[in-house]
Design a protein around this ligand. Structure first.
Ligand SMILES: C[S@@+](CC[C@H](N)C(=O)[O-])C[C@H]1O[C@@H](n2cnc3c(N)ncnc32)[C@H](O)[C@@H]1O
Length: 269
């Protein structure tokens, strides 16, 4: 029997902001996955081969990628932007002595910059929280210089499929964030006007002591279920236990597996 009501499937922006604001303080304890994906993003050909002067890092979070960008030669105007002000304090802390040109609290879907001001725009694992990808890419296109580039990582749709399937076996509510397909990313980039689009992905499997430990980790990253289709009200204890038991069937010697599909994208204006 279902308790509470279901809403449609996209994210609530205010909930995303509050969730990351709340997670900002203890965030670095939970983010080895983000750091791994950020490190892989930094080895991207576009970031390694060319030199950029003005760079905007979107969804800077605690500033891991922003800090790496600050060490790239040629970068002299680095801006970090995040929807959660608590995260921007963490970005500033992570940058240490490096002075970012600007730390801006704003929405990636509505950038407060003039046209053509950045050579490079980056983002490590933030765009999956944006409701309107087309708006994000149109804004990116607008603020990039005529030869500018966009390089970002995000999560693909197979992310957390084990958790999704375990919930799917016991009820119909949306319990796990859903992530868009690479074809949708490509189409939205094309619609915004981007060219030379390259998209690659890899599956990273992490192991946890238990399904509950995985869920705690997702919460610590601010990445627990934020879909509007989440069940409002309490999930029954029996349903929750049934989901845990289903997930337990996937246990290996290393623990409970959770797959994260890391998607790496680059595109030129
Ligand atoms: C996974 S964290 C980012 C990790 C960070 N880039 C790093 O390399 O460690 C995602 C960030 O995106 C931010 N975010 C989510 N939606 C956003 C939006 N619409 N506009 C700007 N930032 C957003 C969140 O507040 C959060 O800080």
């Amino acid at each position: 029997m279902s308790i509470g009501k279901l809403q449609d499937k996209t994210y609530s922006k205010e909930m995303v902001r509050q969730s990351f604001d709340g997670a900002a303080q203890g965030y670095n304890d939970f983010t080895s996955l983000q750091r791994l994906i950020g490190d892989r993003l930094m080895t991207h050909g576009v970031l390694k081969q060319y030199s950029f002067s003005s760079v905007l890092d979107i969804g800077s979070g605690t500033g891991y990628l922003t800090n790496k960008l600050s060490h790239l030669s040629g970068v002299d105007q680095l801006y970090a932007l995040d929807i959660a002000v608590g995260m921007l304090y963490q970005t500033r802390h992570h940058l240490g002595r490096y002075q970012a040109k600007g730390l801006i609290c704003a929405d990636a879907e509505c950038l407060p910059f003039n046209e053509g001001v950045f050579d490079m725009m980056t983002s490590n694992l933030a765009f999956q929280w944006c409701e309107n990808l087309e708006a994000v890419f149109r804004q990116a296109y607008r603020v990039l210089h005529s030869s500018g580039a966009l390089v970002f990582s995000t999560f693909g749709p197979t992310t957390l499929f084990e958790l999704k399937e375990s919930w799917g076996a016991v009820d119909e509510a949306v319990h796990v964030n859903s992530f868009v397909d690479v074809d949708v990313i490509r189409q939205n980039l094309q619609l915004a006007g981007f060219k030379n689009i390259t998209i690659v992905s890899d599956d990273i499997v992490r192991y946890y002591e238990s399904p509950k430990a995985l869920m705690r980790s997702l919460k610590g990253m601010g990445a627990h279920n934020m879909n509007r289709g989440r069940r409002l009200g309490l999930t029954g204890v029996q349903t929750f236990k049934a989901m845990l038991n289903t997930y337990e069937c996937l246990r290996t010697e290393q623990g409970i597996p959770a797959t994260f599909q890391a998607v790496y994208v680059s595109a030129n204006k």
